[in-house]
Ligand binder design. Structure first.
Ligand SMILES: NC(=O)c1ccc[n+]([C@@H]2O[C@H](COP(=O)([O-])OP(=O)(O)OC[C@H]3O[C@@H](n4cnc5c(N)ncnc54)[C@H](OP(=O)(O)O)[C@@H]3O)[C@@H](O)[C@H]2O)c1
Length: 349
């Protein structure tokens, strides 16, 4: 019998426990419960990240509710959170790309037990992206999964300057980045949103805003590219506004009926997968002022259930809702404290 590997030694300064949000069974937001978990020291290939902020995404809610059983089987109990931002606390001996103190964005695997609604997370190097100075933690959090998704959607569409582009859900976390990206790439952008958000999406760079609760987007002139971030009847009706040879790019989990042959258009699913280079490119555009992060609101980590309720009730708009993670680590001989001098590092707030 092979003897179990000994646990890696714990550096003296590492926190012992952390606050985390977990669910043991699928259900409504009330299944999200605060708990204290041990902070595991990094193995040889691991990076231990103290989290500062976590994004609250529709995927987190769908996984919690058990709606994505065909695609993902989350390990239970599960800490939600697909993305977040933090600072490296410790690295394993084989880690070359990151050192303690680095500011990083985290892409946590959707189905893994460990997510970003926690004081810390153990990651592989491939799940991390270095963050540029000058982008705050909360702002950067809005651009990890949403920025990645928008970037891959834009790449899938292969947009060219001057093209007419319709972005559905232009006031959401992904859509708000996509509107800005499409504008940056020289497209003539129309976005759909609720009536109250028309000025908001125009402020992001859309030439025209169509209120889904007051207008019919199928009255638009023919579009070269349509980004479907909504699905259902929005997807169905989007065929009517595509120019011949146009491209419908979708990234929802809803079942889609491909009518490309009937309408003489292309239909592509944006193949979203974790890609540090894509996130880094989005962050570069933020540094250049071409993309402005969109923070829909902030709640403390302990109010994760309320955050899910708000998102599912359609109360979150104009970007990503972010959980603030402060004081969620417990050091030996001390109480819960801010790791690595968060309070001293104003660029992270
Ligand atoms: N495949 C993937 O890996 C992947 C990755 C990222 C996202 N997604 C999916 O993409 C979708 C958007 O994600 P997100 O993070 O941007 O969500 P989000 O931040 O919750 O945004 C949703 C937006 O949808 C808008 N909306 C609702 N009904 C609409 C309608 N009939 N027409 C136009 N807009 C409508 C709302 O606009 P108002 O605020 O103006 O009301 C809201 O802002 C979700 O379904 C998500 O699961 C998939």
């Amino acid at each position: 019998m092979v003897a179990p590997l000994p646990a890696p030694p714990r550096p003296a300064a590492l926190p012992l426990t952390m606050l985390a949000i977990r669910y043991a069974d699928h259900g409504g937001p009330e299944v999200l419960q605060p708990t204290h978990l041990p902070v595991m020291p990094p193995g040889p290939n691991d990076v231990l990240v103290a989290l500062k902020a976590a994004g609250v995404s529709p995927l987190d809610c769908k996984l919690r509710a058990g709606l994505l059983a065909e695609h993902f089987t989350p390990e239970l109990p599960k800490t939600p959170g697909r993305d977040g931002v933090g600072v490296v606390l410790a690295t394993g001996a084989h880690v070359l790309g990151f050192t303690p103190g680095d500011r990083v964005g985290v892409m946590a695997p959707a189905a893994a037990a460990a997510g970003t609604y926690a004081g810390a997370i153990l990651c592989s190097e491939g799940q991390l992206v270095a963050l540029p100075d000058g982008v705050g933690a909360v702002e950067a959090t809005t651009l990890i999964n949403a920025g990645l998704s928008a970037w891959i959607a834009a790449r899938t569409a292969g947009m060219r300057p001057g093209q007419r582009v319709l972005v559905h859900a232009g006031a959401g976390a992904v859509g708000s980045v996509l509107v800005q990206l499409a504008k940056h790439l020289g497209a003539r952008v129309t976005a759909t949103c609720r009536a109250a958000n028309r000025d908001y999406v125009r402020g992001l760079g859309a030439e025209r805003a169509i209120a889904y609760d007051a207008e019919d987007f199928t009255d638009l002139p023919p579009q070269d590219v349509v980004f479907d971030l909504v699905g259902g009847s929005v997807h169905e009706r989007s065929y009517q506004v595509l120019a011949p040879g146009g491209h419908l790019v979708w990234l929802t989990a809803a079942p889609i009926i491909d009518r490309s042959a009937q309408f003489g258009v292309r239909v592509s699913r944006a193949p979203i997968s974790d890609d540090p280079d894509a996130v880094a490119e989005v962050m570069r555009l933020v540094s250049l002022g071409r993309i402005r992060p969109q923070v829909a609101g902030r709640l403390p980590l302990a109010q994760a259930a309320e955050a899910h309720r708000c998102l599912e009730a359609g109360e979150v708009t104009r970007g990503r809702l972010v959980l603030d993670i402060e004081g969620a680590l417990d050091v030996p001989g001390g109480s819960l404290h801010s790791p690595l001098g968060w309070a001293r590092n104003s660029s992270m707030t």
